[in-house]
Design a protein around this ligand. Sequence first.
Ligand code: NDP
Length: 480
Amino acid sequence: MDIQPFLIGGEWVQGTGSAFDSTNPANGKLNKRVAGASAADVDQAVRNAHRAQRDPKWRNTLPHERARLLHRVADLIVERGDLLANVQMRENGKLFSECRTQAAAAAGAFRYFAGIVETMVSEVAPSRGPHVANVIYEPFGVVAAITPWNSPLTLEAQKVAAAIAAGNAVVLKPSEFTPGPALELGRIFLDAGFPPGILNVVTGLGGETGLALVQHPDVRMISFTGGTATGRAIGRIAAERLVPVALELGGKSPHIVFADADLDAAVDGVVSGIFTSSGQSCIAGSRLFVEREIYDDFLARVVERTRALKVGLPDVAGSQIAPLSSFVHRERVESYVKSAREDGGTILIGGKRPDAPELQAGAFYEPTIIAGLTNAAKACRDEIFGPVLCVLPFDGEDDLVEQANGTTFGLGCGIWTESYKKAWRVARAIESGTVWINTYKELSVAVPFGGFKDSGVGREKGYYGIRVYQEPKTILWGMK
Ligand code: NDP
């Protein structure tokens, strides 16, 4: 079987690391074998990126020329949308429809940062003496971008688009479970006419390829999305090396329903907030807090709506719950449900693999709702990253805020109420990077995204999202 090569300096190479398997979680079949990048390969990738970034051909590219190239990438993503969606679906098992939407969002990220780089201005600071002071923004040089498996199409686009718009070169290390979308993006960059070496893609395992990348002396900035433990480890290395990091990490987001909410809309928001992507979303609303006076009725409605969800193959129309991204990950999710049972939780629905014969070969797991736990239970504390919703009652705003903030995470929060004053008070009190009011999981490249507490450091996206990938430089002109 051919081994899928990776991309260094515009060349497709087999590398010298250990090759690994990419498996389709919907049916357990091998997609392909993928070449692994060793530390020596990573060194080559970073050297190529460094050279390409310093080359005057790239350094002197004017912002509108850079924008034109980024728009060309967006065009090619749109043209190849079906292909990209298929590649991602076969690797992480996401519904084809969702993968297609993510391909469109990836193109949107390139267009957004193309617009920003072409229009964003530098500053002239107020003078405090006989000088003129300019503040301009320089790229770091080589940026390491490391991504997880749950939404590579969008997560990789938003890092690569912003970092390259900012003038850097990038070495991208995708998850071992989803090497394909990054490799396709590399191909698109070459076809779009970017100089070779501006985007390099190294595939391989985190502990080998990823580690070599974050340790490389010529990597001047690290942009990481993934689990909190990995983010912490990378943050330690970055601290030692004194390079900046942006860390987008895990979540355990509270989804809050007050008695005065539009309950029809809230049921929809709660169910899609946890179960889309089979719960494998950093912003999954995985802890549901319901005001006690409506707790039983509302919960019954959420369970009923969940029962109607169709677990099915990701490429079959009508499927709503696709498999988990890998068999190993399903075992992890199952161990959390087991712990919830041991902690006295009641499984209201799910809590097992589905029975349908056509799903037996895949890593499927039924949408699961658990009641009767306290906020201190393991299933309520840890990020499960699967289709598991823990439900807790609350009595009044003070109790709610204490429980909702009673987590190490702070990524997302949903609030359902018809009272705008209450919504505002609670939104301000919750420690979270994003708060949705009477909606959930709406995302936009135009607003900053990131987490409080253990959910991360720094923000991506939004108008200033490009600045994450630049350093300010002050230039003073004597005027005496
Ligand atoms: P991991 O932290 O396990 O891995 C993320 C990436 O880091 C992968 O490419 C991985 O490679 C790599 N990696 C692992 N160890 C190292 C290391 N020592 N040095 C450098 N790189 C390393 O996360 P998952 O892939 O399991 O993704 C799920 C996590 O991502 C969840 O916690 C989720 O919340 C979080 N996430 C956060 C988002 C946000 O924006 N806040 C968005 C989406 C997901 P390999 O795959 O080979 O292990």
